[in-house]
Design a protein around this ligand. Structure first.
Ligand code: F6P
Length: 352
């Protein structure tokens, strides 16, 4: 039978743990693959008991430098052959998944090198001609094209909403304004959905460029809301909106405007890593579990000629897509945003 190893890589997100529990776990992401030994551990039921409802990833994760170098990947390949592992299920963001696909394409060359340098015998690599890779998308940012939701994004959204609800108490008691910065890297999904879910007065996200006169526009809307009887003001700023090359809207700029132009007592709150923690919501547990099952099926059905799949959810159906396509599409959207072609970027996202 297949010896399947599971690893989580990149930033943690709630629900990553639910996708564990298959045969082997690689601890600390790609670093564990490079380090080998006890970092690659066979898992049994009792090892993963209770994991489904835990936040973060219980097998650890890292943003690993060694794996970015060929030498690191060669050592990782050696460790895998040593343990007899021929399939890897990787849960991470686009960077981690790109690394995975590169590893797969290099694999035959890595095997040759292990033999030619005497680290492994022909016999040992005989059953490792091909590496089987399956991707699962775990990230709070919901930034991968091709899937409607990444594992962890709804838990994070939930946490952001709870946090804004807490802030609301002070806001309406004191009739204050709050500028709330949320995560999402280059993606505005968390900011936009949090804004909608919490009745924010204004949202800044990287995909939507502010108009020439955004300052008057925002102040006008907020004044109008106050005149209509609102006692509080909430403005959500995606961290990606401060990008210098893009909108360059910082929470402090917004705060100064609200204080000086609208005359509101204003505070800035950066939610930070509370957005990544806490137990996963039911949706993320379901997503991780169903996608985990599909990932194992994909491993078992894989042939050397099938491109590495990534497991996605599209209109509530769990589907496989070619990993490279999903990543290329994601990069294209990012490139369009970088050159401020927002219409093309949005089209790219919608098309998926
Ligand atoms: O990708 C998840 C994320 O939380 C982003 O939203 C954020 O930009 C980044 O990771 C923060 O990274 P770190 O935890 O390494 O500071």
């Amino acid at each position: 039978g297949k010896r399947i190893a599971v690893l989580t890589s990149g930033g943690d997100s709630a629900g990553m743990s639910a996708s564990g529990g298959v045969a082997y776990a690689v601890y600390e992401g790609y670093q564990g693959l490079v380090d080998g030994g006890s970092m690659i551990k066979q898992m049994r039921w009792e090892d993963v008991r209770g994991w489904l409802s835990e936040g973060g990833t219980l097998i650890g994760t890292a943003r690993c430098k060694a794996f970015m170098e060929r030498a690191g990947r060669l050592t990782a390949a050696n460790n895998m052959v040593e343990k007899g592992i021929d399939a890897l299920i990787i849960c991470g963001g686009d960077g981690s998944l790109t690394g995975a696909d590169k590893f797969r394409s290099e694999w035959p060359g890595l095997m040759e090198e292990l033999v030619s340098t005497g680290r492994r015998t022909e016999n040992e690599v005989k059953h490792h001609k091909h590496l089987n890779i399956v991707g699962l998308v775990g990230s709070i940012d919901n930034d991968l094209s091709g899937t409607d939701a990444t594992i962890g994004c709804y838990s994070s959204l939930e946490r952001i909403c709870q946090s804004i609800d807490y802030i609301d108490a002070t806001a309406f008691s004191h009739q204050r304004a709050f500028v709330i910065e949320v995560m999402g890297r280059h993606c505005g999904w968390l900011a936009l959905m949090a804004g909608v879910s919490c009745g924010a007065d204004f949202v800044f996200c990287p995909e939507n460029p502010p108009s020439e006169n955004w300052e008057e526009e925002m102040c006008g809307i907020i004044k109008k809301h106050r005149e209509m009887g609102k006692r509080k003001t909430i403005v959500v700023v995606a961290e990606g909106a401060h990008d210098r090359q893009l909108n360059h809207i910082s929470p402090t700029m917004v705060k100064d405007l609200l204080s000086n132009k609208v005359g509101l007592d204003t505070r800035v709150t950066t939610l930070g890593h509370v957005q990544r923690g806490g137990p996963p919501c039911a949706y993320d547990r379901m997503l991780a579990t169903l996608q985990g099952v599909e990932a194992v099926k994909a491993v078992l059905e894989s042939r050397p000629e099938t491109p590495s799949p990534v497991i996605c959810i599209v209109e509530n159906k769990i589907v496989r897509k070619p990993l490279v396509d999903a990543i290329a599409k994601t990069k294209e959207v990012a490139a369009n945003i970088a050159r401020k072609d927002f219409a093309a970027a949005m089209k790219g996202r919608d098309a998926e």
